[in-house]
Ligand binder design. Sequence first.
Ligand SMILES: NC(=O)c1ccc[n+]([C@@H]2O[C@H](COP(=O)([O-])OP(=O)(O)OC[C@H]3O[C@@H](n4cnc5c(N)ncnc54)[C@H](OP(=O)(O)O)[C@@H]3O)[C@@H](O)[C@H]2O)c1
Length: 256
Amino acid sequence: MRVLVLGGTTEARQLYGLLEQQAARFRTTVSLAGVTRAPVLPALDVRIGGFGGAEGLREWLLAHRTDAVVDATHPFATRISGNAVRACMQAHVPLLRVERPGWTPVAGDRWTIVPDMEAAARALGTAPRRVLLTVGRKDLLPFASARPHDWLLRSVDQPDAGLLPPGCRVLLARGPFDEAGEEALLRHERIDVVVTKNSGGSATYAKLAAARRLGVAVIMVARPPVAAAQTVADATAAMAWLDGLHAHGAATLRDV
Ligand SMILES: NC(=O)c1ccc[n+]([C@@H]2O[C@H](COP(=O)([O-])OP(=O)(O)OC[C@H]3O[C@@H](n4cnc5c(N)ncnc54)[C@H](OP(=O)(O)O)[C@@H]3O)[C@@H](O)[C@H]2O)c1
């Protein structure tokens, strides 16, 4: 079976690991957007860069005689997920979305939940605060015009200087992060508010547990709506879906 995995997440990497063991049954291509400068690459076919919208993706699926697509992109990567829904529908290719559950607040959390980055910037208010920004490089624009705060951005890659809020310092780091380290960072930097999107998952949850322990406020950007598709929560369930399709395909061949 020819499988396309739209990647760029922890769940996608877990799925590559499972598919690497199944090379006899699944010929897998992993697709990455090309936004991370040094991505962790699997031992599978990898293609990098956009397809050219839903139409380009549809053409790619047909040209590569793709049997199934797993969209394991980030919950905030809504364009590629919408394109996957449209392209798979048009090309009659089964599609599964892997979406890790979002985070929910527990007792002691001091979250302000906002719908988007602009609202997150507004929610910081007008009094100067010490802000830890853990949003993506392309999410920075709304903060550039926010009131002067003391900014620390944590990012996997160095962002363009022009995108940064004035005076923003950058901490280059790639998760997973642990709670002790996150608590030390919040204390050392005297952070009083963390801005994050509701990515979900365990790799970057520790900052929220540390914020809770220290009484630090969190501005949580809620997940954007995404085009509907059959969805599972993790790589194991995605592998089971692929196994089911494979078994069905084998049974269909036996019946011919
Ligand atoms: N957004 C986040 O917070 C976030 C966080 C962690 C990781 N990521 C990962 O980073 C990548 C880009 O995220 P984004 O938010 O920029 O996505 P996006 O806004 O949904 O996509 C923008 C464009 O990038 C291309 N693209 C995105 N993912 C792709 C993939 N896996 N393979 C090939 N092309 C892809 C598509 O271009 P064409 O229309 O030309 O095909 C898409 O229209 C995704 O793979 C995502 O899983 C995103």
